[in-house]
Design a protein around this ligand. Sequence first.
Ligand code: FES
Ligand code: CO
Length: 352
Amino acid sequence: MFQTQQPVLKKFYYPVMPASMLAEGPRSVTMFGEPVVLWLDEAGRPSAAVDRCCHRTAKLSKGTVNRGSIVCPYHGWQFDGTGKCTYFPQSELENPPKVYKIKAYHCEERYGHVWVALDDPIADIPAFKRAGEPGFRQIEEFYHPIGCSALRLMENSFDNAHIAFVHHNTFGENTDPVPAEMNIVPFDGGFDMYAEIRVTNKLNNVVKVIDTEETETVRRTHSRWFMPFIRQTDITYPTGLVHSIVTCATPIDDESCMLTQFVFRNDTEADVPAEKVIAFDKAVVDEDMAVLESTEANVPLDLKLRMETHMHSDKPGILMREMLLDLLERYGEREVLPQFGTPQVYKIELKK
Ligand code: FES
Ligand code: CO
């Protein structure tokens, strides 16, 4: 599967930008290869539409905002959050013709972020555990592009076998490669996974984000996958500290995504400054990205194709692939695969 080539994936909400970034004026993002303009309406709510004026294709994100409408920088036409042209300065007609319109998208603000669905959504914006719970703070961690496909990042987030290798300088141990057991319970639109993971405190001894002097600790992790490209991993440490990470990958094109990550924690800035929490998680994400950016853009959903091999601990990733293939089929789509003859296709020969 190539992430921009399966239309049903556009029927989900994705976070596209921290809401605070719109205070200065309109901004542009690329989602699924499509240019999108974002701006605030009169009530301060975000709006989203195609970043292309229907008149002479100028980028609306280079314009301004007037009373909640986006103003094209080229000839001054104005469009509201439904995409309707509300004003065009060259005419004396009271109402602009109906054909003067741009495609508007579903747009909401939640958790301090702007969420956009390019097509009529078939799922709500995820309800995250810990959000708004008393005693919890939200820390914004990352908002930047990454060079891998969204599903690779999702699979990685549930892959306990990579910890000993990829993270041996931070919280893994390469003398301990057998991954923790996991308990997976699927639901409509995702699954829950529980695992108790023994980790080392190598990084914690440098950037202290857990109040412990131990060399090892056990993380009780409840992870939830929200189809297609969002996960929350709620970690409870023996100290009672909860570090609940939300990771979202919003496809930019087939090879890259916008990474949005924030955490909920039940401690305070006086206990551990946000800066430290971010530094800790950045060291970990950098390790993941060094490997993930070397993986292929195509993630084959259909296991029968044997384009990759699998092991026991790949169970969550395999379930993602099965559930996504099922979603595609329910919406009458076929998985888009690399063309034969391109160097990307490596078919694995299994012994008969
Ligand atoms: Fe936008 Fe002319 S190109 S008003
Ligand atoms: Co990792």
